[in-house]
Design a protein around this ligand. Sequence first.
Ligand code: SAM
Length: 282
Amino acid sequence: MNYRHAFHAGNFADVVKHVILTRILAYLMRKDAAFRVIDTHAGLGIYDLFGDQAERTGEWQDGIGRLIHVKLPQQVEELVTPYLDAVRAQNPDGTLRYYPGSPFITRHMLRAQDRLMGFELHPMDAERLRENFAGDFQTRITQLDAWKIFGTHLPPREKRGLVLVDPPFEEKGEFSRMVKSLVQGHQRWPGGTYAYWYPIKEPGEVDAYIKALKATGIPKILRLELTIRPASAPPRLHGTGMVVVNPPYVLEEEMKTVLPMLAELLSDEGRGRWSVEWVAGE
Ligand code: SAM
């Protein structure tokens, strides 16, 4: 397990992923009924952008660094405010230094009745994450292989909520593990919302993934993508994708409002592209 998210925290892919996460949570919050977020690959929870690893790549500067102080059109601003508020909450003096990962962003939005379960396989990361949430009875952190929980931890007691799946893609086979886990999870909890992140990098990989998702026969799958530059050889990460199963009905329109602006802001010289498409309908 060599992947360290600290090198990439706050980059363009994190921004898009975390904006989508907050839109799903904002929708769940429309009802008083409790929900649970199951964050399968939780990471450290919080990242120091002035730390060695983040400084070495500087990726955050072309991600959250481009968004945090910019004046956005009102409609976009309203939709990204929950995300930016979660980032600002970690930087109360106004200087961007700490970037919240998915568990911190989620925790920022939980109400008293809601719960977060975070899973992390790396022993040291899991330990640090647990320390970060020490004493917080709404959050439970477990050191466990994420791919094992789909057959054991679903559905959650609340029967409302989100499973966020954000693997590191450092080993071959993540795309097929994602499809397999969705089939398993969906059988046990067909009404849950599932958000699966994926990189846009190697040619053909995403097409094969989408084809495999279609073949599952699972309905209501929305595909959200943003690329910051055209594909190049040798392959390099040039885009970010998220597949959302059982998305909030407003997510399609919200992303059609937000993604064009993010594509412009986060791309190299305006070469960004975005798309919102249904992999499977009702
Ligand atoms: N979701 C986090 C966020 O948005 O802030 C970032 C997660 S990072 C992309 C992926 C994490 O998954 C790493 O911290 C890695 O240690 C962890 N990981 C790798 N394989 C795992 C597995 N099989 N089960 C659980 N965690 C795993």
